[in-house]
Design a protein around this ligand. Structure first.
Ligand SMILES: [Fe+2]
Length: 193
């Protein structure tokens, strides 16, 4: 993945999303140049979180309606911050920032069905959810990879396009020789996005 000088401190999670998005794009049949652009754009999906209070981002337990509204705005902040980011990667990055919390069935942040959105948004979304599930947060521990993949399977046709969910699970299992990917914490249950 190339970086184009945006003053953004990528987190390890951002870089993991980028790496997976590039791999999934390749598995979907894009060329290497396009896959690289998708990875680069996907790394910026949560750039708008810099405008949301860390108190809200890391709050354990249920968010109030007002706090939930504040979290949702990270998509708009992100797209606004990326105005002026040039070229195809700029267009992709703005789309991904704005729409990465949309769902296949239209029950996401802004109620768009993902079949109305470019395929690279679908790719970034599924990779973001997977990385969020396997990552530890102040309010939860990370899921084991197999649990995250099982969850993604249950969300085929709901959160994700069934075709893409199938491709993602296949890719992850192939990448790991038919096994599972990432750390495992057998005691961990629960968590969220
Ligand atoms: Fe997000």
């Amino acid at each position: 993945m190339m970086r184009r000088g945006l003053p953004v401190p990528y987190s390890n999670e951002d870089l993991k999303v980028a790496e997976l998005a590039e791999a999934l794009a390749l598995a979907c049949g894009t060329g290497t140049a396009t896959a690289s652009l998708i990875g680069e754009a996907a790394a910026l999906h949560d750039v708008g979180k810099f405008r949301v209070s860390s108190h809200i981002l890391n709050k354990p337990g249920k968010l109030s309606p007002c706090e939930h509204k504040a979290i949702k705005t990270h998509t708009i902040w992100g797209a606004n911050m990326l105005i002026g980011f040039p070229g195809a990667v700029g267009i992709m990055a703005r789309d991904i920032a704005l729409y990465h919390h949309e769902k296949f069935d239209g029950t996401g942040y802004w109620g768009k069905r993902t079949n109305e959105l470019p395929f690279y948004v679908h790719i970034a979304t599924i990779c973001d959810v997977y990385v969020a599930l396997i990552s530890s947060r102040p309010y939860k521990r990370g899921w084991a990879s197999n649990e995250a993949l099982d969850y993604i399977k249950t969300q085929a046709g709901k959160h994700f396009s069934p075709v893409l969910a199938h491709m993602f699970i296949k890719l992850m299992r192939e990448q790991n020789g038919g096994g599972y990917f990432g750390p495992t914490w057998p005691e961990v249950r629960g968590g969220g996005l």
